[in-house]
Design a protein. Structure first.
Length: 496
């Protein structure tokens, strides 16, 4: 038989990822290098064999009694939980199940305004009303910082009816709030403490990292194992502590939000990641933190480099920083361009960029030489760019002073996210939209805090800010009209 032509996706993906690429992005296994290094690549060699279904002996994720039950128990021991659930539809499914099993429709939850879209979507699915809390913002770095425990307490006192508090810990950039204190406050008022820990699956590997949500005593945390530990993309875990979470409801919601044919490849990779975590994790993390320290010490000497480092813990809302995230600003080059040059000229792929800098997500699979390559690239880029174009003045003119995404108050909520989602919408000229109810969620990036969420009242400062973003050409997510002339509003006569 003739050889079948490969598909577009397979060809393209191999082309993009092959060669001597350095990965400072997810997934945490870094092109499978971790498996090869530890000589545990049987998972990859046997991919088609272990891609199986519920047969005699293979157990069932939704009612485990055999190998999956044992693997989840091993994970619970490794990650210090009372019970751990494997997730095969990413942390997204875990966030849905956690929130929807903990909070009944019509009830309220305090959430960080900088939460991931999966949290807002869970509120739409579960008909839950958010009470937002603003994180502190670092305007110079263009990132969000932590959530202050005092603000959480004040909001609980103001909204006694809320059922739970949910924060992101750590953030994409590695910022950790004082979760222990926030948890004590939530529990003092008999509220559940839930955590979106998508970026923190690795935290338990070193005392030099922020303490884990389980150590802080939270009731539930969802962690994207695939992002920062060596498991395959889309494999995550949900850890539970104590008895505040109704486990039967949680099991039901996990069945609702996850496939009835869960991937055995993903489950096997979670089991493997657990073993690596237990057996080699501390040692590999010590090496990683050493390599990061050396790298930072080296590039600190490059004129024009600014790093997000321990100093950030001096800010009120920041308890600790996860050193495995590296955020670098280089004077003279915008974040997006910096990211592009690293990729094209140095074969180094970062996780993402914002206007001001680039973010790298490292893991225990990164090698010393990855950091040397990055340091050399940064030194060269700075030499080229500082000569070529940018005096301090020009650089400043490239960077916007975008501190006006900060409202002092959250826009008034007229319709809860679910109601707003199902209502009819229509576009209206942005200039005429003040006083109407917004029909889309608009998120300037950075810092990723929604300017307005569907169902909230459009104010004059909302319109001014959108116009400013248009002038500055800052990235904006969520607006249907990409020209930013029209805004979707809720089409109703009931507007108050
Ligand atoms: C803070 C946060 N929470 C949840 C998620 C969803 O995780 P997953 O991609 O594992 O579904 C993400 C994804 O990037 C995230 O950044």
């Amino acid at each position: 038989m003739n050889k079948l032509k490969e598909t577009l996706l397979i060809e393209k993906l191999i082309e993009i990822s092959s060669g001597e690429k350095v990965s400072f992005h997810t997934p945490g296994h870094k092109f499978g290098k971790m498996f090869a290094k530890l000589k545990c690549d049987r998972i990859l060699e046997n991919l088609t064999i272990i891609d199986t279904t519920e047969l005699t002996g293979t157990d069932n994720l939704h009612q485990p009694t055999g190998i999956i039950k044992k693997a989840q128990e091993n994970a619970a021991e490794a990650f210090n939980s009372d019970e751990t659930f494997f997730l095969v539809n990413g942390s997204t499914a875990g966030v849905y199940a956690m929130i929807m099993s903990a909070i009944e429709p019509g009830n309220k939850i305090i959430i960080g305004r900088d939460c991931h879209q999966s949290v807002i979507n869970a509120l739409i699915l579960g008909d839950i009303q958010p009470i937002y809390i603003y994180p502190e913002v670092d305007v110079q770095n263009g990132i969000t910082l932590g959530i202050s425990p005092e603000k959480v307490e004040a909001l609980i006192v103001e909204h006694k009816e809320i059922k739970a508090v949910l924060i992101t810990y750590p953030t994409y950039y590695g910022i950790a709030s004082d979760l222990k204190k926030i948890t004590e406050i939530a529990h003092k008022y008999d509220k559940l403490m839930l955590v979106d820990g998508a970026h923190g699956a690795h935290l338990g590997l070193s005392e030099k990292l922020p303490i884990t949500p389980m150590e802080c005593g939270v009731d539930a945390v969802v962690e994207s194992t695939h992002k920062t530990l060596p498991s395959l993309t889309q494999s995550s875990m949900l850890h539970i502590k104590g008895n505040r979470i109704d486990r039967e409801k949680l099991r039901f919601m996990l069945r609702v939000h996850q496939s009835s044919s869960p991937s055995y490849i993903l489950m096997a990779s979670l089991d493997l990641a657990t073993n690596i975590y237990k057996e080699k994790g501390n040692y590999l993390m010590d090496n990683l933190l050493y390599n990061i320290r050396e790298f930072k010490n080296r590039i600190k000497n490059v004129e024009g480099v600014t790093l997000l480092d321990e100093k950030i813990t001096e800010r009120n809302s920041v308890e600790a920083i996860d050193q495995t995230k590296i955020y670098i600003k280089l004077r003279g080059i915008l974040g997006s361009r910096f990211e592009q040059v690293l990729r094209k000229d140095y074969a180094i792929q970062m996780e993402m960029s914002n206007e001001k800098g680039v973010l790298g997500i490292t893991s225990i699979a990164n090698e010393k030489e990855d950091f040397s390559k990055l340091a050399i690239a940064i030194e060269k880029i700075y030499q080229n760019y500082s000569k070529e174009q940018n005096s301090e003045g020009t650089w400043k003119s490239l960077i916007t002073n975008n501190n006006c995404y900060l409202y002092s108050t959250v826009p008034k909520c007229i319709y809860a996210p679910r109601k707003a989602y199902y209502m009819k919408k229509k576009p209206i000229s942005l200039k005429k939209s003040v006083g109407l109810v917004c029909g889309e969620s608009i998120i300037p990036y950075p810092p990723g805090i929604p300017l307005i969420v569907a169902g909230e009242l459009i104010r004059e400062d909302t319109v001014n800010r959108i116009q400013q973003i248009k002038r500055e050409k800052t990235k904006l997510l969520g607006m249907k009209d990409t020209n930013m002339e029209y805004i979707e509003i809720i089409h109703t006569n009931e507007v108050k």
